[in-house]
Design a protein around this ligand. Structure first.
Ligand SMILES: C[S@@+](CC[C@H](N)C(=O)[O-])C[C@H]1O[C@@H](n2cnc3c(N)ncnc32)[C@H](O)[C@@H]1O
Length: 344
């Protein structure tokens, strides 16, 4: 995926006046800090350079993750067309940009809440010339949680929870969901990010919301208690600045993320065959192997063979994170036979 051209241009312009070595030093510090997630007594983003460095090296990836989560929910819930968005801990607005991309047809009002004025100021600057009117007119408000979260059709909490103590994480999810029609919580796709998502999922299901994505059910996650964890990936093309700051030669990066989207809107009961693909499908000669999370709350290893014609061709095109509706036609090996640890 490529960043929207208006966001890419705004990021390039907003970082152009900061010496590269200052951005690099800040990126090194932020990478070290985020590698050891934990409660932050003070804001991690310490000022204008940190806000710009975060936007340059992380915002494309978190944008891609939120976009993936929201697109999956939109595909499942036909009535999901939010007119208002509140982005909790939104920083420079990655989730707001993602929501504007997925819900451009409906989204009118955006409010971004964060404790760091420099991140909000950068977000305002990035959005100044955005193609989407909702971004250009967004409100950027300084708030330090715990605090009340305004009601909205959609509330996003993207890559925020790890900076809070566990009790405060639950309280923030509860406060964010209180006035939300739909809420999306996104975290890094690590085992501990997945655990935070599972805790958020418990809070949301306990509040009576239904899971819109990724799970095709609201029962307990079948991966809990195994060595595996539910996560997905979004491939983002890197800009030259992004490449320089991350010190890599690759033209892209794969952002692993875990997420939950829960809603008060009606969620259609998935057909018995509608599952979520939990890993890159493995393609062997004449055979596609998929790990699926199924509507009955189990995980299954599924084989689709070339003899299955259209189903096989669909399986070859299917990707990690997609819904899979061809399962009833497949030759299934034993369901829930114990998922293997992630190879990613
Ligand atoms: C890792 S950044 C994520 C930014 C953005 N949501 C994204 O997905 O790229 C975490 C953000 O949460 C904000 N944050 C963390 N704890 C907060 C608190 N107690 N009150 C307000 N904002 C907070 C930080 O200031 C920071 O901007």
């Amino acid at each position: 995926m490529d960043l929207p051209t208006d966001l890419a241009a705004a990021l390039a312009a907003a970082t152009a006046d900061i010496p590269l070595r200052e951005l690099e030093a800040s990126v090194d510090r932020l990478i070290a800090r985020y590698r050891a997630p934990g409660h932050a007594e003070r804001p991690i983003l310490g000022g204008r350079v940190d806000a710009a460095a975060y936007a340059a090296y992380r915002m494309p990836a978190t944008w891609g993750a939120v976009r993936g989560a929201l697109a999956a929910a939109a595909a499942r819930v036909a009535g999901l067309a939010p007119t208002s968005l509140v982005d909790v801990g939104g920083g420079s607005g990655a989730a707001a940009w993602a929501a504007a991309g997925v819900f451009g047809g409906s989204l009118r009002d955006i409010t971004v809440l964060d404790q760091v004025p420099d991140a909000l100021e950068l977000g305002r600057r990035l959005a100044r010339d955005a193609f989407a009117g909702a971004l250009r007119h967004a409100e950027w408000r300084q708030v330090r949680f715990p605090a009340q979260v305004p009601a909205a059709d959609l509330v996003t909490v993207s890559y925020v929870l790890s900076e809070l103590a566990p009790d405060a994480q639950q309280a923030l999810v509860r406060a964010s969901a209180a006035g939300a029609e739909t809420i999306a919580v996104i975290e890094p796709g690590t085992p501990d990010g997945y655990q935070r998502i599972m805790a958020a999922r418990d809070v949301l299901v306990g509040m009576g919301l239904r899971v819109a994505a990724p799970c095709p059910h609201s029962d307990a996650c079948p991966l809990l208690g195994t060595r595996d964890w539910c996560h997905f990936a979004s491939r983002i093309h890197r800009s030259p600045l992004h490449r320089r700051l991350k010190g890599g030669d690759l033209g892209h990066e794969d952002e692993k993320y875990a997420y939950i989207v829960a809603t008060r809107l009606p969620v259609p009961a998935p057909a018995a065959s509608q599952a979520r693909i939990l890993r890159h499908p493995q393609i062997r000669k004449g055979l596609v192997m998929m790990q699926l999370c199924q509507p009955d709350g189990t995980v299954a290893q599924t084989l689709v063979s070339k003899r299955q014609g259209d189903t096989y061709r669909a399986a070859r095109d299917a990707d990690w994170g997609d819904e899979w509706g061809g399962a009833q036609d497949n030759e299934r090996s034993a369901a829930s036979e114990g998922p293997q640890p992630s190879a990613d």
